[in-house]
Design a protein around this ligand. Structure first.
Ligand SMILES: *Cc1c(COP(=O)(O)O)cnc(C)c1O
Length: 336
Protein backbone atom coordinates (compact mmCIF):
# COMPACT_ATOMS: atom_id res chain seq x y z
CA UNK A 1 0.00 0.00 0.00
CA UNK A 2 1.11 3.55 -0.80
CA UNK A 3 -0.29 5.60 2.05
CA UNK A 4 -0.70 9.39 1.64
CA UNK A 5 -3.01 9.86 4.64
CA UNK A 6 -0.40 11.20 7.06
CA UNK A 7 3.27 11.05 7.98
CA UNK A 8 2.14 9.19 11.12
CA UNK A 9 1.69 5.96 9.10
CA UNK A 10 5.43 5.27 8.74
CA UNK A 11 6.83 1.84 9.62
CA UNK A 12 10.08 1.55 11.59
CA UNK A 13 12.98 0.74 9.28
CA UNK A 14 15.14 -2.36 9.75
CA UNK A 15 17.95 -0.27 11.24
CA UNK A 16 15.52 1.33 13.66
CA UNK A 17 14.07 -2.04 14.72
CA UNK A 18 17.61 -3.36 15.27
CA UNK A 19 18.47 -0.37 17.48
CA UNK A 20 15.26 -0.89 19.47
CA UNK A 21 15.95 -4.60 19.93
CA UNK A 22 19.31 -4.04 21.63
CA UNK A 23 18.49 -0.88 23.62
CA UNK A 24 19.59 -0.99 27.28
CA UNK A 25 16.57 -0.26 29.49
CA UNK A 26 15.60 0.43 33.08
CA UNK A 27 12.63 1.76 35.01
CA UNK A 28 12.23 5.29 33.66
CA UNK A 29 9.91 6.39 36.48
CA UNK A 30 12.95 5.88 38.74
CA UNK A 31 15.06 7.73 36.13
CA UNK A 32 16.89 4.44 35.49
CA UNK A 33 16.41 4.00 31.75
CA UNK A 34 19.71 4.90 30.04
CA UNK A 35 18.13 5.02 26.58
CA UNK A 36 15.33 7.37 27.64
CA UNK A 37 17.91 9.53 29.43
CA UNK A 38 20.05 9.60 26.28
CA UNK A 39 17.04 10.53 24.10
CA UNK A 40 16.08 13.35 26.45
CA UNK A 41 19.63 14.72 26.58
CA UNK A 42 20.01 14.47 22.82
CA UNK A 43 16.69 16.21 22.07
CA UNK A 44 17.37 19.00 24.56
CA UNK A 45 20.79 19.58 22.96
CA UNK A 46 19.40 19.54 19.40
CA UNK A 47 16.85 22.18 20.36
CA UNK A 48 19.22 24.26 22.49
CA UNK A 49 17.28 23.80 25.76
CA UNK A 50 18.33 22.73 29.26
CA UNK A 51 16.06 19.71 29.79
CA UNK A 52 13.62 17.34 28.14
CA UNK A 53 10.95 14.78 29.02
CA UNK A 54 9.87 11.85 26.83
CA UNK A 55 6.10 11.33 26.49
CA UNK A 56 3.82 8.88 24.66
CA UNK A 57 2.18 11.46 22.37
CA UNK A 58 2.26 15.01 21.09
CA UNK A 59 -1.11 15.64 22.70
CA UNK A 60 0.29 14.77 26.14
CA UNK A 61 3.42 16.81 25.47
CA UNK A 62 1.43 19.95 24.65
CA UNK A 63 -0.89 19.38 27.60
CA UNK A 64 1.88 19.00 30.20
CA UNK A 65 3.57 22.09 28.74
CA UNK A 66 0.39 24.14 29.10
CA UNK A 67 -0.09 22.79 32.64
CA UNK A 68 3.52 23.64 33.55
CA UNK A 69 3.06 27.23 32.35
CA UNK A 70 -0.50 27.91 33.51
CA UNK A 71 -2.30 27.51 36.84
CA UNK A 72 -6.02 26.94 37.29
CA UNK A 73 -7.85 30.04 35.99
CA UNK A 74 -4.98 31.18 33.76
CA UNK A 75 -5.44 31.67 30.05
CA UNK A 76 -3.47 30.82 26.94
CA UNK A 77 -3.76 32.51 23.54
CA UNK A 78 -3.85 30.14 20.59
CA UNK A 79 -4.89 29.94 16.91
CA UNK A 80 -8.43 28.81 16.05
CA UNK A 81 -7.04 26.02 13.89
CA UNK A 82 -4.08 25.13 16.13
CA UNK A 83 -3.71 21.46 17.06
CA UNK A 84 -3.55 22.22 20.81
CA UNK A 85 -6.87 24.07 20.64
CA UNK A 86 -8.88 22.22 18.00
CA UNK A 87 -7.54 18.67 17.85
CA UNK A 88 -6.65 17.76 21.45
CA UNK A 89 -10.17 17.28 22.79
CA UNK A 90 -10.05 20.48 24.84
CA UNK A 91 -7.58 18.93 27.30
CA UNK A 92 -6.19 22.25 28.53
CA UNK A 93 -9.66 23.33 29.66
CA UNK A 94 -10.88 19.90 30.82
CA UNK A 95 -7.79 18.68 32.67
CA UNK A 96 -5.78 21.87 33.23
CA UNK A 97 -8.57 24.33 34.12
CA UNK A 98 -6.82 26.61 31.63
CA UNK A 99 -9.02 28.93 29.58
CA UNK A 100 -8.14 29.00 25.91
CA UNK A 101 -8.42 32.35 24.11
CA UNK A 102 -8.53 31.29 20.45
CA UNK A 103 -7.96 33.91 17.74
CA UNK A 104 -8.10 33.81 13.93
CA UNK A 105 -4.87 32.77 12.26
CA UNK A 106 -3.07 34.53 9.43
CA UNK A 107 -2.93 32.70 6.08
CA UNK A 108 0.77 31.92 6.69
CA UNK A 109 0.03 30.02 9.93
CA UNK A 110 1.21 32.80 12.26
CA UNK A 111 -0.86 34.84 14.73
CA UNK A 112 -1.01 38.61 14.23
CA UNK A 113 0.78 40.06 17.27
CA UNK A 114 -1.60 43.04 17.14
CA UNK A 115 -4.51 40.64 17.43
CA UNK A 116 -2.73 38.82 20.28
CA UNK A 117 -2.19 42.16 22.06
CA UNK A 118 -5.89 43.00 21.69
CA UNK A 119 -6.99 39.90 23.66
CA UNK A 120 -4.48 40.08 26.54
CA UNK A 121 -6.58 40.68 29.64
CA UNK A 122 -5.84 43.49 32.11
CA UNK A 123 -5.02 42.52 35.71
CA UNK A 124 -8.60 42.64 37.00
CA UNK A 125 -10.66 40.10 38.95
CA UNK A 126 -13.19 39.91 36.09
CA UNK A 127 -10.68 38.22 33.84
CA UNK A 128 -8.65 35.06 33.55
CA UNK A 129 -4.91 35.77 33.85
CA UNK A 130 -3.31 35.76 30.40
CA UNK A 131 -0.16 33.70 30.85
CA UNK A 132 0.98 32.06 27.62
CA UNK A 133 1.08 32.39 23.85
CA UNK A 134 1.11 29.15 21.87
CA UNK A 135 2.30 28.90 18.25
CA UNK A 136 2.62 26.00 15.80
CA UNK A 137 5.41 25.26 13.26
CA UNK A 138 4.86 23.87 10.72
CA UNK A 139 1.12 24.59 10.52
CA UNK A 140 -0.60 22.54 7.80
CA UNK A 141 2.92 22.09 6.45
CA UNK A 142 3.49 25.85 6.32
CA UNK A 143 6.82 27.05 7.65
CA UNK A 144 6.40 29.98 10.02
CA UNK A 145 9.53 32.06 9.36
CA UNK A 146 12.30 32.83 11.86
CA UNK A 147 11.79 36.58 11.67
CA UNK A 148 8.21 36.22 12.87
CA UNK A 149 9.25 33.80 15.64
CA UNK A 150 11.85 36.31 16.89
CA UNK A 151 9.25 39.10 16.81
CA UNK A 152 6.88 36.88 18.82
CA UNK A 153 9.71 36.22 21.33
CA UNK A 154 10.34 39.96 21.79
CA UNK A 155 6.57 40.55 22.05
CA UNK A 156 6.03 38.04 24.89
CA UNK A 157 9.11 39.32 26.75
CA UNK A 158 7.63 42.80 26.60
CA UNK A 159 4.22 41.57 27.83
CA UNK A 160 5.49 39.19 30.51
CA UNK A 161 3.97 36.12 28.82
CA UNK A 162 5.55 32.72 28.25
CA UNK A 163 5.86 31.23 24.74
CA UNK A 164 5.19 27.58 23.77
CA UNK A 165 5.73 25.99 20.39
CA UNK A 166 3.78 22.99 19.15
CA UNK A 167 6.66 21.83 16.99
CA UNK A 168 5.25 18.43 16.04
CA UNK A 169 6.88 19.05 12.64
CA UNK A 170 9.65 21.44 13.70
CA UNK A 171 12.09 19.19 11.82
CA UNK A 172 10.33 19.89 8.51
CA UNK A 173 10.46 23.64 9.25
CA UNK A 174 14.20 23.53 10.04
CA UNK A 175 15.05 21.45 6.96
CA UNK A 176 12.91 23.68 4.70
CA UNK A 177 14.62 26.83 6.03
CA UNK A 178 18.07 25.24 6.03
CA UNK A 179 18.67 26.14 9.69
CA UNK A 180 19.38 23.99 12.78
CA UNK A 181 16.27 22.97 14.78
CA UNK A 182 17.66 25.05 17.69
CA UNK A 183 17.26 28.21 15.59
CA UNK A 184 13.52 27.49 15.21
CA UNK A 185 13.20 26.68 18.93
CA UNK A 186 15.26 29.64 20.14
CA UNK A 187 12.52 32.19 21.04
CA UNK A 188 10.39 29.62 22.91
CA UNK A 189 10.31 28.68 26.60
CA UNK A 190 9.03 25.20 25.77
CA UNK A 191 8.86 23.22 22.54
CA UNK A 192 6.98 19.97 21.89
CA UNK A 193 8.39 17.79 19.09
CA UNK A 194 7.11 14.54 17.56
CA UNK A 195 9.33 11.54 16.80
CA UNK A 196 6.44 9.53 15.34
CA UNK A 197 5.62 11.63 12.28
CA UNK A 198 8.04 12.30 9.43
CA UNK A 199 10.94 11.04 11.55
CA UNK A 200 9.43 7.57 11.45
CA UNK A 201 9.72 6.39 15.07
CA UNK A 202 6.81 4.18 16.17
CA UNK A 203 5.87 6.12 19.32
CA UNK A 204 6.72 9.26 21.18
CA UNK A 205 7.14 12.99 21.56
CA UNK A 206 9.56 15.05 23.61
CA UNK A 207 8.96 18.31 25.50
CA UNK A 208 12.00 20.56 25.97
CA UNK A 209 12.55 23.69 28.06
CA UNK A 210 14.21 24.97 31.22
CA UNK A 211 14.92 22.44 33.98
CA UNK A 212 12.32 24.04 36.27
CA UNK A 213 9.54 23.88 33.64
CA UNK A 214 10.44 20.31 32.65
CA UNK A 215 10.47 19.20 36.30
CA UNK A 216 6.95 20.59 36.63
CA UNK A 217 5.87 18.99 33.32
CA UNK A 218 7.26 15.62 34.49
CA UNK A 219 4.97 15.74 37.52
CA UNK A 220 1.94 16.35 35.23
CA UNK A 221 3.09 13.55 32.94
CA UNK A 222 2.98 11.13 35.90
CA UNK A 223 -0.45 12.38 36.94
CA UNK A 224 -1.79 11.92 33.40
CA UNK A 225 -0.53 8.34 33.28
CA UNK A 226 2.42 9.04 31.00
CA UNK A 227 5.13 7.71 33.34
CA UNK A 228 6.50 4.73 31.40
CA UNK A 229 8.77 1.97 32.68
CA UNK A 230 11.25 0.23 30.28
CA UNK A 231 10.50 2.90 27.68
CA UNK A 232 14.04 2.70 26.29
CA UNK A 233 12.70 0.21 23.73
CA UNK A 234 10.68 2.98 22.09
CA UNK A 235 13.13 5.78 22.95
CA UNK A 236 15.79 3.91 20.94
CA UNK A 237 13.56 4.32 17.87
CA UNK A 238 13.49 8.04 18.61
CA UNK A 239 17.28 8.28 18.91
CA UNK A 240 17.66 6.41 15.63
CA UNK A 241 15.15 8.78 14.00
CA UNK A 242 17.04 11.87 15.19
CA UNK A 243 20.33 10.42 13.94
CA UNK A 244 19.13 9.22 10.54
CA UNK A 245 15.83 10.76 9.50
CA UNK A 246 16.07 14.55 9.88
CA UNK A 247 18.08 15.49 6.77
CA UNK A 248 16.11 13.09 4.57
CA UNK A 249 12.94 15.15 5.16
CA UNK A 250 14.24 17.16 2.19
CA UNK A 251 13.31 14.10 0.05
CA UNK A 252 9.73 14.24 1.39
CA UNK A 253 9.54 17.94 0.49
CA UNK A 254 10.89 17.21 -3.01
CA UNK A 255 8.35 14.39 -3.43
CA UNK A 256 5.52 16.70 -2.35
CA UNK A 257 6.73 19.27 -4.89
CA UNK A 258 6.82 16.56 -7.59
CA UNK A 259 3.33 15.42 -6.60
CA UNK A 260 1.97 18.98 -6.83
CA UNK A 261 3.67 19.54 -10.19
CA UNK A 262 2.45 16.29 -11.77
CA UNK A 263 -1.11 16.59 -10.39
CA UNK A 264 -1.21 20.14 -11.76
CA UNK A 265 -1.00 18.65 -15.27
CA UNK A 266 -4.00 16.37 -14.81
CA UNK A 267 -7.21 17.69 -16.38
CA UNK A 268 -9.94 18.43 -13.82
CA UNK A 269 -7.55 18.40 -10.86
CA UNK A 270 -6.73 21.65 -9.02
CA UNK A 271 -3.66 21.82 -6.79
CA UNK A 272 -4.51 24.34 -4.07
CA UNK A 273 -1.11 24.42 -2.46
CA UNK A 274 2.03 22.56 -1.40
CA UNK A 275 3.83 23.24 1.85
CA UNK A 276 6.84 21.11 2.91
CA UNK A 277 5.49 17.51 2.92
CA UNK A 278 1.81 18.31 2.33
CA UNK A 279 -0.17 18.83 -0.85
CA UNK A 280 -3.73 20.17 -0.87
CA UNK A 281 -5.81 19.13 -3.85
CA UNK A 282 -9.30 19.46 -5.28
CA UNK A 283 -9.72 16.35 -7.43
CA UNK A 284 -12.95 17.74 -8.90
CA UNK A 285 -14.62 14.41 -8.15
CA UNK A 286 -18.38 14.01 -7.72
CA UNK A 287 -18.34 10.53 -6.17
CA UNK A 288 -15.58 10.39 -3.55
CA UNK A 289 -16.40 6.96 -2.10
CA UNK A 290 -15.97 5.40 -5.58
CA UNK A 291 -12.81 7.46 -6.16
CA UNK A 292 -11.31 6.23 -2.85
CA UNK A 293 -12.32 2.61 -3.58
CA UNK A 294 -10.70 2.76 -7.03
CA UNK A 295 -7.49 4.12 -5.52
CA UNK A 296 -7.55 1.35 -2.91
CA UNK A 297 -7.86 -1.26 -5.69
CA UNK A 298 -4.62 0.18 -7.09
CA UNK A 299 -2.87 -0.07 -3.71
CA UNK A 300 -3.24 3.59 -2.76
CA UNK A 301 -4.77 5.07 0.40
CA UNK A 302 -5.49 8.77 0.68
CA UNK A 303 -7.81 11.02 2.64
CA UNK A 304 -9.90 12.42 -0.18
CA UNK A 305 -13.06 14.43 0.14
CA UNK A 306 -15.15 17.21 -1.33
CA UNK A 307 -13.21 20.37 -2.18
CA UNK A 308 -9.95 19.63 -0.37
CA UNK A 309 -7.88 16.48 -0.06
CA UNK A 310 -4.60 16.43 1.86
CA UNK A 311 -1.78 14.22 0.61
CA UNK A 312 1.25 13.76 2.84
CA UNK A 313 4.69 12.47 1.83
CA UNK A 314 6.96 10.61 4.26
CA UNK A 315 9.67 7.99 4.43
CA UNK A 316 7.30 5.30 3.16
CA UNK A 317 6.62 7.20 -0.09
CA UNK A 318 9.15 7.24 -2.95
CA UNK A 319 9.19 9.40 -6.09
CA UNK A 320 8.15 6.26 -8.04
CA UNK A 321 5.11 5.96 -5.72
CA UNK A 322 4.24 9.59 -6.49
CA UNK A 323 4.48 8.93 -10.24
CA UNK A 324 2.40 5.76 -9.91
CA UNK A 325 -0.31 7.64 -8.00
CA UNK A 326 -0.49 10.41 -10.61
CA UNK A 327 -0.63 7.79 -13.41
CA UNK A 328 -3.57 6.11 -11.66
CA UNK A 329 -5.41 9.43 -11.20
CA UNK A 330 -4.69 10.43 -14.84
CA UNK A 331 -6.13 7.12 -16.02
CA UNK A 332 -9.40 7.66 -14.15
CA UNK A 333 -11.96 10.05 -15.51
CA UNK A 334 -12.00 11.85 -12.19
CA UNK A 335 -14.55 14.50 -13.07
CA UNK A 336 -17.18 12.09 -14.39
C1 LIG B 1 0.28 15.22 15.34
C2 LIG B 1 0.32 16.55 15.97
C3 LIG B 1 0.38 16.70 17.36
C4 LIG B 1 0.40 15.53 18.33
O1 LIG B 1 -0.31 14.46 17.99
P1 LIG B 1 -0.32 13.03 18.73
O2 LIG B 1 -1.11 12.23 17.78
O3 LIG B 1 -0.96 13.22 20.04
O4 LIG B 1 1.10 12.56 18.86
C5 LIG B 1 0.44 17.97 17.86
N1 LIG B 1 0.47 19.03 17.04
C6 LIG B 1 0.44 18.93 15.71
C7 LIG B 1 0.52 20.16 14.88
C8 LIG B 1 0.35 17.69 15.13
O5 LIG B 1 0.30 17.59 13.79
Amino acid sequence: MIDFRSDTVTQPTEGMRAAMAVAPVGDDVFGDDPTVNALEAKTAALLGKESAVFVPSGTQSNLIALMAHCQRGDEYIVGQLAHTYKYEAGGAAVLGSIQPQPIDMEPDGSLSLERVASVIKPDDSHFARTRLLCLENTHNGKVVPLEYLKAAGAFVDDRGLALHLDGARIWNAAVAMGVPPAAVAEPFDTVSVCLSKGLGAPVGSVLVGSTSLITEARRWRKMLGGGMRQAGIIAAGGIYALDHHIDRLADDHANAELLAKLLGNVAGVTVKGQNTNMVFVDFGVTDYPTFAATLRDQGIVALTGRSSSRLVTHLGVTSADVEHFVDVVSGMDVTS
